[in-house]
Design a protein around this ligand. Structure first.
Ligand code: HEM
Length: 278
């Protein structure tokens, strides 16, 4: 009797394919953005909702980095600010929920309603923001132009996301919805971008003026950079070669790491100290 000899088929080494690498990088970004959005939402709900809904507008002054929060006698301006921060809470809540793929897949009707809520509140909040920007703030012309272009992008991208959903062109809808999400989150990227740069400037003992130059550049960069990266991601995903996909996956992962530093820095350096004062 001869012993049975088992011959295992040669095992191929598990390899991270370019497609899998890109998917992993996108998931990494998604996870970090989700946590960052939740922290921003928590800050808005804990700080602005109680003070605004009870009419205790003076509490806004606890945020000392505001150009203009509560201004005695400026009723339209105070109401615009109050409306803006309440709508900001809904925009951020709705935007965070839209990041959950299970809702889109399992409850499309809920996804549609959240999408409508996101769009209506993003447009309403931007209109209040435009009023504050042009009627109220001493923010500097460049900053005012930058945030107004962002508002225009929210209107255009949001409108196109809505239209493509109505015509059931879901591939285009996804693209426009993501662009609208990034444009509406410029204010979040603005804050998140400041933390790593602030740390860097401290480490290298950068002159004071560098921060205000960075502020002006980042007023535009806070939406142009994420939107440009999104376009590169679309290209790499749809028609990129292996090299382009690996490069995109690597680049996106590095940027997500930086964004994560920004999320942690914004929490400990900005949101948490304000909440501690309550
Ligand atoms: C749609 C998404 C937006 C969200 C979620 C949002 C969120 C916020 C929040 C939370 C604040 C309070 C400041 C803070 O605590 O850090 C704020 C302030 C402000 N936002 Fe927005 N915002 C959005 C869009 C816009 C747009 C498009 C504009 C202008 C066109 C704008 C103009 C302003 C202005 C002028 C202030 C007062 C800043 C100050 O006095 O320092 N926002 N926003």
């Amino acid at each position: 009797m001869t012993a049975a000899v088992s011959i295992d088929p040669p095992r191929s080494k598990p390899r991270l394919t370019p497609k899998a690498a890109l998917e992993a990088a996108a998931k990494f970004w998604w996870g970090a953005a989700f946590i960052g959005q939740l922290l921003f939402l928590y800050y808005i709900l804990a700080f602005y909702f109680p003070s605004t809904l009870t009419g205790n507008f003076k509490l806004w002054a606890l945020n000392t980095s505001l150009f203009k929060g509560y201004v005695p006698g400026d009723t339209p301006g105070n109401l615009a600010f109050g409306a803006h921060v309440l709508l900001a809470g809904v925009v951020t809540f709705a935007g965070t929920l839209q990041l959950v793929p299970q809702i889109r897949a399992r409850a499309p009707a809920v996804h549609r309603w959240i999408g409508r809520a996101f769009l209506v509140t993003a447009i309403g909040g931007s209109l209040a923001g435009l009023y504050m920007t042009w009627a109220r703030l001493p923010q500097g012309l460049l900053g005012e132009i930058a945030i107004s272009i962002d508002a225009a992008m929210i209107f255009v991208f949001g409108g196109l996301a809505w239209r493509t959903a109505l015509t059931r062109d879901f591939a285009s809808h996804r693209r426009w919805a993501l662009r609208a999400f990034l444009a509406a989150n410029a204010v979040w990227f603005m804050r998140v971008g400041f933390a790593p740069v602030g740390i860097l400037f401290k480490v290298i003992h950068a002159p004071h003026g560098w921060m205000s130059t960075f502020y002006q550049v980042w007023s535009f960069g806070s939406y142009l950079l994420p939107l440009a990266i999104l376009e590169l991601y679309f290209r790499a995903k749809e028609r990129g070669g292996d090299g382009a996909r690996y490069a995109m996956a690597g680049g996106l992962s590095i940027l997500t790491l930086l964004m994560s530093v920004g999320i942690v820095g914004t929490w400990f350096g900005f949101f948490a100290p304000i909440l501690d004062k309550l």
